[in-house]
Ligand binder design. Structure first.
Ligand code: 13P
Length: 243
């Protein structure tokens, strides 16, 4: 049986209090057939969770330690306390700009699971790796090394060259990558690996969402720019509900 679709928005470093109205607009229009979450800047999590208490609010990163002398960081229990129920780990912008390697991502994912947060773990290749024909080998190795012992909620395949560029891989390439990732999840977790949702991320828009959701083993999307407004995000959510 196919997994229920999950469409998660990643607001990155966008949004202030003025964005709460947009979050309310999105949360109040979610169809029952699909799961939706918004991963917000840490500063907005508590306000958003109060504004839309039955909607899934998430974070974009978490520290691997449960607390301590880590200036500027936020631990999983604090995110949970603020009202987050889900968190992204291993986004390529964290891996690249903050030098987070697979071991760090794995420990962040494990810490989030301990605190009761659902985890969206991101993997993805550079254009050089794609052009060299090494995308599947590279990304599956990244997944193997980043997976915590217990199953995560979702793995997001986000080719780095597709993020914010308007370019996406061919539907065949998305399908081949997701099939390979499914194989690794089943190798790691047995049958339970089938129910880890595989999200595609990178330039998902209202115009391409339905075609992406029709690809086998695509269980949803992780959406950046198009998650910032209800007018862009809700058609993507609707496409997932129809898929
Ligand atoms: P865009 O949808 O803006 O390409 O961003 C994708 C992304 O990085 C989501 O995490």
């Amino acid at each position: 049986m196919p997994n229920r679709k999950l469409v998660a928005g990643n607001w990155k470093m966008h949004g202030t209090a003025a964005g709460i109205a947009e979050i309310v607009r999105i949360a109040s229009a979610v169809p029952p057939e699909v799961d939706v979450a918004l991963c917000l800047p840490a500063t907005l999590i508590e306000r958003a969770a109060r504004a839309v208490p039955s909607f899934a609010i998430g974070a974009q990163d978490v520290h691997s330690e449960a607390g301590g002398a880590f200036t500027g960081d936020v631990c999983a229990a604090q995110l949970h306390d603020a009202g987050a129920s889900i968190v992204i780990v291993g986004h390529s912008e964290r891996r690249d700009l903050h030098r987070e390697d697979d071991a760090v991502v794995r420990s962040k994912a494990a810490a989030a699971l301990v605190a009761g947060l659902r985890v969206i773990l991101c993997v993805g290749e550079t254009l050089e790796v794609r052009d060299a024909g090494e995308a599947i080998a590279t990304v599956t190795a990244q997944l193997d090394a980043s997976l915590p012992p217990a199953p995560v909620e979702a793995v997001a395949y986000e080719p780095i060259w597709a993020i914010g560029t308007g370019r996406i891989p061919s539907l065949e390439d998305i399908g081949a990558m997701h099939a390979a990732l499914r194989g690794r999840l089943v190798a790691a977790h047995g049958d339970r690996g089938h129910s880890v949702r595989l999200l595609y991320g990178g330039s998902v828009k209202p115009a391409n969402a339905a075609a992406i959701f029709a690809v086998s083993d695509v269980d949803g999307a992780l959406v950046g720019g198009a998650s910032l407004t209800a007018s862009d995000f809700l058609p993507i959510v609707e496409a997932a509900a129809q898929a």
